[in-house]
Design a protein around this ligand. Structure first.
Ligand code: HEC
Length: 186
């Protein structure tokens, strides 16, 4: 009967279409970054000079430095800590991440409203913190953060490469003194 064949054909097409979709999604699996300012897609671009760690992060959203620094704290000083100082982050966040004219990043429980918790809850994930540092913020705490990623329009100065931002995040994680589970180590 014509109905039966047509249904079978339609089913086959649906199944094939579904398989194709699944395969193509897997083939282009990438870390879908969104802006902390407004939730829109954050167009961070890969670069030819990206390190293997940076390439891996842009695919998986997992920061390889976070666990590497936790396992071997001697890596922190020459890595993320140095970059944090060089790029002037300490001018606002303090040399020990304690918060000076910006929220504490060690969440050491200082006087400010955000010295014990994240201004943006998503900053408890490495993906979220990468988005915050890369693309800037809307100013919930009263001040705003610059755009830092060198591939984004409006970035400050020379900007930072993906690898630099990942190392800095590794340093911030290593210095964390706040409450709660360290989700980024899971
Ligand atoms: C001119 C001052 C200034 C400098 C320099 C600066 N920041 Fe910030 N940063 C801020 C302010 C202000 C906020 C709070 C933003 C908001 O409320 O939207 C902030 C927020 C953050 C947050 C989110 C904190 C949270 O609690 O969720 C991170 C992470 C951060 N900054 C990292 C950095 C890093 C890394 C650098 C250097 C590459 C840097 N900042 C340089 C002022 C600064």
């Amino acid at each position: 009967m014509f109905g039966n064949k047509a249904i079978k054909a339609a089913l086959l097409i649906t199944v094939l279409g579904f398989l194709g979709l699944t395969l193509s999604t897997q083939a282009s699996a990438a870390c879908n970054l969104v802006s902390t300012k407004d939730g829109s897609p954050l167009p961070v671009k890969a670069s030819e000079t990206d390190t293997p760690q940076a390439k891996s992060f842009l695919e998986t959203c997992i920061n390889p430095y976070t666990k590497a620094y936790a396992a071997d704290p001697t890596l922190v000083k020459a890595g993320g800590k140095k970059l944090f100082g060089y790029n002037g982050c300490s001018g606002c966040h303090g040399g020990k991440l304690e918060g000076v004219m910006a929220p504490s990043l060690s969440k050491n429980g200082g006087q400010g409203a955000y010295d014990g918790r994240w201004v943006y809850a998503k900053d408890s994930t490495d993906k979220g913190m990468f988005e915050t540092i890369s693309g800037g913020t809307p100013g919930v705490s009263g001040g705003t953060m610059y755009i830092w990623h060198q591939s984004l329009d409006g970035h400050i100065g020379d900007g930072l490469a993906t690898d630099d931002i990942l190392k800095i995040i590794g340093y911030i994680r290593a210095e964390y003194k706040g409450d709660g589970t360290k989700d980024w180590l899971k």
